[in-house]
Write a protein that binds this ligand. Structure first.
Ligand code: TYC
Length: 98
């Protein structure tokens, strides 16, 4: 009858969830050993990895310490900020969509 069937391709509907970078910011007061301890304790880094990232933050101003789902990233930021505040250090930790 002259009609033409058109079947549009549909995209696969499962999208990967967005990932979030967790970053540590430098400051002049938080002791280096405290930052290394944080990286070991909350990010599961070994001592030399932790020391290396701490030095990168110290020299460059900030560094990405890990990439996680939203909920995990939020938990890490909260854990770091609470731990730093309890020890009266001004350390800042933030997250940003990748
Ligand atoms: N700049 C700090 C010092 O000289 C060390 C430091 C490193 C602080 C990393 C924060 O995220 C940081 N004691």
């Amino acid at each position: 009858d002259g009609d033409t069937d058109v079947v549009l391709e549909t995209k696969p509907k499962t999208k990967r969830p967005p990932l979030y970078k967790v970053m540590l910011l430098n400051d002049d007061y938080t002791p280096m050993e405290f930052v290394v301890h944080i990286l070991e304790r909350f990010f599961g880094l070994n001592h030399s990895q932790a020391f290396e990232i701490m030095l990168t933050v110290h020299k460059k101003g900030l560094a990405v310490v890990g990439v996680f789902s939203f909920e995990v990233a939020e938990t890490k930021v909260t854990q770091v900020m609470d731990f730093a505040r309890r020890h009266q250090h001004p350390l800042q930790c933030t997250m940003e969509k990748e």
